[in-house]
Design a protein around this ligand. Structure first.
Ligand SMILES: Nc1ncnc2c1ncn2[C@@H]1O[C@H](COP(=O)(O)OP(=O)(O)OP(=O)(O)O)[C@@H](O)[C@H]1O
Ligand SMILES: [Mg+2]
Length: 139
């Protein structure tokens, strides 16, 4: 599935529509360069699930947990990880194979431990179109 986002609000709507279709146990891998909108997407996704807390980038913590009314959301950012072993202390299998929804920024860095049923989402900029354009590709 391909989505074209021309502004933050478009990305918000795309994230909401994906969030509304999501199910317990789903895993979304968020791939794309720095500043392409991965954290922005997580924030809109969380709001659509009724999570009121502000979503910040968990770059220095690897994992932030959010507890929604109906579902928990696990937001990973593994940018600073050089080896999947560094994830051990998060007990990541409990999250990957649990009843919440996992959103993993920079998941390509740990692709060998990501279950193959995970949904891959790619965020691309195209500065020839505009500063705020994003192509969002779902596989
Ligand atoms: N169409 C758009 N969709 C999403 N974000 C946009 C869009 N246009 C502009 N932005 C801005 O781009 C920035 C994206 O930052 P964000 O932190 O989400 O990137 P990121 O992919 O998580 O980067 P990092 O790899 O550093 O974690 C935000 O400041 C957001 O407001
Ligand atoms: Mg981010």
């Amino acid at each position: 599935m391909l989505y074209k986002s021309f502004c933050e609000d478009d990305t918000k709507k795309i994230a909401e529509s994906i969030a509304k279709k999501s199910k317990p146990g789903d895993i979304f891998c968020l791939n794309g360069d720095l500043g392409n909108g991965k954290t922005f997407f997580v924030s809109a996704f969380a709001k659509a699930l009724g999570i009121a807390e502000n979503i910040s980038s968990p770059t220095f913590t690897i994992l932030n947990e959010y507890h929604g009314e109906k579902i928990n959301l696990y937001h990973f950012d593994v940018y600073r990880i050089s080896d999947p072993d560094e994830l051990e202390y998060t007990n990541y299998p409990d999250y990957f194979y649990g009843d919440g929804i996992c959103l993993i920024e920079w998941a390509e860095l740990i692709k060998n431990i990501i279950p193959d049923y995970a949904t891959q989402i790619f965020f691309y900029k195209n500065l020839n179109i505009s500063e705020s354009y994003r192509l969002i590709k779902l596989i």
